[in-house]
Design a protein around this ligand. Structure first.
Ligand SMILES: NC(=O)c1ccc[n+]([C@@H]2O[C@H](COP(=O)([O-])OP(=O)(O)OC[C@H]3O[C@@H](n4cnc5c(N)ncnc54)[C@H](OP(=O)(O)O)[C@@H]3O)[C@@H](O)[C@H]2O)c1
Length: 255
């Protein structure tokens, strides 16, 4: 691929022959992963199918933080389980890029959301809509004797037997983050139908669904830090600490 980055938000500056769904000057956002990455740049050239119109009431910065993280949360909640009003949902890694969207979306669907995070992020996770927060620095989740209808795991520090112990009889687990090769292999080989790795191909329909939620303020982007294009390596280094609170965004023309 050209450069890193899957999420884009920006203004349409040129249009290919035959494109009628967008016009010059439109404000758009999307996930360009399917088209070879390259989002960390001043310009991208992508098929129109990668983009949807950005709601005018959110900034480019907010929009840029949405696509892959929110789509991952959306698929984890809807395609790997069936979140509904009253579902008991556990979000492990609730304060990160995917987690903050997962908590908001689960809350939007009417679930009872339990988020796992550290002390400094308790208020953030509650603000996202969690009814209950487990501080992993104080409390061992596995000793709580609680069961969940759906687990979304962003951290990958739970074993297959942990997932099974935490799930209700018909519960499901969507694994987003991995704790290493053995974790990955155990889920792939032994997770069965109920414990699965989240995998999806983004499309305009799902992006438009998220755009509507953003426009209605049903969900919003939690932005931890933004960096200029020149500061990309610092941004990546920060992300790699696994301490980000919400999303990290690159703004090409940041002053
Ligand atoms: N971001 C995306 O768009 C995306 C999309 C698909 C898949 N993924 C994958 O999903 C995983 C999570 O990504 P992410 O972007 O959400 O991560 P992230 O933003 O890097 O997650 C950082 C957060 O994780 C929390 N955390 C760290 N250790 C924890 C623990 N033991 N228990 C609970 N929370 C913990 C940190 O909070 P504390 O500092 O308080 O511990 C921090 O807020 C990664 O493996 C990533 O590759 C990410």
């Amino acid at each position: 691929f050209k450069t890193l980055g899957a999420d884009v938000a920006g203004e349409v500056e040129q249009i290919g022959k035959g494109v009628t769904s967008l016009k010059l000057g439109d404000h758009v956002f999307g996930d360009i992963f399917n088209y070879g990455y390259g989002a960390i740049a001043e310009y991208v050239c992508v098929p129109v199918e990668a983009l949807v119109l950005k709601p005018e009431n959110i900034s480019f910065e907010e929009a840029a933080g949405v696509p892959v993280a929110a789509l991952t949360a959306y698929h984890g909640l809807n395609k790997y389980g069936a979140v509904r009003a009253g579902s008991e949902v556990l979000i492990n890694g609730a304060s990160g890029g995917v987690g903050t969207f997962a908590v908001q979306l689960a809350k939007f669907y009417g679930a009872n959301v339990t988020g796992v995070c550290s002390t400094r992020n308790i208020d953030l996770v509650k603000d996202c809509g969690a009814t209950d927060v487990i501080d992993y620095t104080e409390t061992d989740l596995m000793k709580l004797d609680r069961k969940f209808d759906l687990i979304i795991d962003m951290v990958g520090n739970l074993s297959l037997s942990d997932y099974k112990k935490l799930l209700t009889a018909h519960g499901n687990c969507a694994v987003v983050g991995f704790g290493g090769m053995s974790h990955l292999m155990s889920i792939g080989l032994l997770g069965g139908k109920r414990i699965k790795m989240v995998d999806f191909k983004s499309n305009q329909k799902d992006m438009q669904y998220l755009a509507n939620l953003l426009e209605n303020k049903d969900i919003s982007t939690v932005i931890d830090r933004s960096y200029s294009l020149e500061e990309t390596s610092e941004a990546i280094t920060y992300l790699e600490t696994s301490r980000a609170r919400g999303k990290v965004v690159i703004i090409p023309d940041k002053g």
